[in-house]
Write a protein that binds this ligand. Structure first.
Ligand code: ADP
Length: 203
């Protein structure tokens, strides 16, 4: 099957859907994980980041100091653009490498901030959006990560609006008021449908 783009706001259940897709046989290209690897100790993006922002952006282990960087890009749009100019091409290159290694298997690009006009949108033949209410997002992330409600809401405010995400979806998975098992089952049914497109048009 052609590549799938997977997106959803924080706490929507996107990672749970990604795992269910892997269970169906998809190969996951997790752009967040790639970004983390690029900025972990010894990560390939660190020299350019240190050059652009100063060595003070690295922590004692030599990894990117995430909270310091978050503070800086939160306050300064130009800094955000500079960081993205370093990271995005490297993420793209690594994603291409992983996708090429997938061979015939279906690639799922897991992209938290999948924008309507972006390399990911162009690569993906279909988009799956995992959706739930903002209150549910808050509840899940507060429980999962121990963040305050205000922190979760400020992250949500920085992500794409729900309506924008849903407008580009070929399938919206409503992950509200259902169990994780029902969620996985929904993913399996979508996978089956997209893998057997002819079964609904037989006379
Ligand atoms: P995301 O990747 O979108 O941030 P996750 O898939 O990590 O979200 O889900 C956030 C948290 O909510 C996780 O702890 C996950 O297990 C839980 N969760 C997601 N969907 C459900 C659900 N339908 N029922 C119960 N817990 C859920």
């Amino acid at each position: 099957m052609s590549p799938i783009g997977l997106t959803g706001g924080i706490g929507s259940g996107k990672s749970a859907v990604a795992q269910a897709l892997v269970g169906c046989g998809a190969v996951l290209v997790d752009t967040d994980a790639i970004a983390r690897a690029l900025t972990a100790p010894g990560g390939a993006a660190l020299p350019a980041i240190a050059q652009a922002f100063g060595a003070r952006m690295l922590d004692a282990d030599g990894a990117l100091d995430r909270s310091r960087m978050r503070e800086q890009v939160f306050a300064d749009g130009a800094a955000k653009a500079r960081l993205e100019a370093i990271l995005h091409p490297m993420i793209g290159t690594e994603a291409d490498r992983q996708a090429a290694a997938a061979g015939e298997r279906t690639v799922v690009y897991d992209v938290p901030l999948l924008a309507p006009v972006s390399r990911w949108r162009r690569l993906a033949a279909r988009i799956v959006v995992v959706d739930c209410s903002e209150d549910t997002q808050c509840r899940r992330v507060m429980q999962r990560s121990g963040w305050s409600e205000a922190t979760v809401r400020s992250v949500i405010a920085q992500q794409l609006p729900r309506a924008t995400r849903r407008a580009m979806a070929d399938a919206v998975i409503h992950n509200d008021g259902i169990s994780l098992e029902t969620l996985a089952d929904t993913v399996r049914r979508l996978w089956a449908l997209w893998n057997n497109p002819a079964r609904h048009v037989q006379p």
